[in-house]
Design a protein around this ligand. Structure first.
Ligand code: ZN
Length: 246
C-alpha cells in the first residue's frame, strides 16, 4: 500500500515538473488585412476624413466624442488584436458542460427549435484602447464577425497610470485610481496595484485588461460573476470611469 502511494507521489512530481509555473495564454493575432482597408469605400464623414489622412490618431476621434460607424476606421488607425470571451458552454450531463466561445440558445416554435448563437469578442492594441462587442446569429461564424465588428465600433480609451501608494514609478502599468462598474448584478471594483502584482481578477476580465495594456491590478467582485457577458460589461464600465474623471 505504502509503495503504491510513493509511486503516485513520484508521478505527481514528474507531472508538476513538466507543467510551467506560469501558463502561457494564447491570444490569436491576426494581421490587419491591407486589402480590406485599401479597398474600403467610406460612407460617413469621419470615415472619409480618416481615409484621406486628415485624422491620424484614434485619440483624436475618441476625445471629440465622434461616433464610429465603420469598423475600417479602427483598422486603419491602429493595429488591433482579437480574442473571444467564453460566454457559453458545451452540452454536458449534470451541468458539467465545458466553457465555450459560443452561447447556444433555443426558441420553441411550431416547426421545431430555432437555434441562435451568440459570441463576445474583445479587441485592443495593448496601449490603452479596448472594445467589447456581442454578436448574435443563426450560425457560429457570422456571430463572431458581428461581435468583432461591434467591438471595433465600441472602442474606448483607457486612462492608465500608477495609483498605488507603495509604487512611485511613473509607468502606465496600472490604473490611476480605484474605479467601479456594474452590469446586471455584477459589480467590479478595480484597484491600483504595485509593479509585479499581475492581474488579480477573473480569467475573462483578465483578457480585457491585458488587451487594454494594464499589467497590475487588484479587484473586488460582487454578484453573479459567472455570467461572462455581465462581468465583461461591468469591467468595461469600470474602465470607462478611469478616463472620465480626468
Ligand atoms: Zn508603479
Amino acid at each position: 500500500m505504502t509503495l503504491k502511494i510513493m509511486k503516485s507521489v513520484e508521478e505527481a512530481k514528474d507531472e508538476y515538473a513538466e507543467t510551467p509555473l506560469v501558463p502561457e495564454v494564447e491570444i490569436k493575432v491576426e494581421p490587419v488585412k491591407q486589402d480590406t482597408v485599401s479597398s474600403w469605400n467610406p460612407k460617413t464623414q469621419l470615415g472619409k476624413d480618416v481615409k484621406s489622412g486628415r485624422i491620424k490618431s484614434i485619440d483624436e476621434v475618441l476625445t471629440n466624442h465622434k461616433k464610429i460607424l465603420e469598423s475600417e476606421i479602427v483598422d486603419s488607425l491602429i493595429s488591433v488584436e482579437k480574442d473571444l470571451l467564453l460566454v457559453g458552454q458545451s452540452k454536458g450531463k449534470f451541468g458539467g458542460g465545458k466553457r465555450r466561445a459560443w452561447r447556444q440558445t433555443q426558441k420553441k416554435t411550431m416547426e421545431g427549435n430555432v437555434l441562435t448563437f451568440s459570441s463576445m469578442a474583445i479587441i485592443g492594441d495593448r496601449n490603452g484602447h479596448v472594445g467589447v462587442g456581442l454578436g448574435k446569429s443563426k450560425e457560429t461564424l457570422p456571430s463572431r464577425e458581428k461581435a468583432i465588428r461591434r467591438a471595433k465600433l465600441q472602442i474606448i480609451s483607457v486612462k492608465r497610470g500608477c495609483g498605488h501608494f507603495d509604487c512611485s514609478c511613473k509607468e502606465p502599468h496600472s490604473i490611476p485610481h480605484t474605479v467601479e462598474g456594474r452590469c446586471g448584478s455584477v459589480r467590479i471594483r478595480l484597484i491600483p496595484a504595485p509593479q509585479g502584482t499581475g492581474l488579480v481578477i477573473g480569467d475573462e476580465c483578465k483578457k480585457i485588461l491585458r488587451l487594454a495594456g494594464i499589467r497590475d491590478i487588484y479587484s473586488y467582485t460582487q454578484g453573479q460573476g459567472r455570467t461572462t457577458i455581465n462581468s465583461a460589461g461591468a469591467c468595461m464600465a469600470a474602465l470607462k470611469q478611469s478616463g472620465k474623471l480626468l
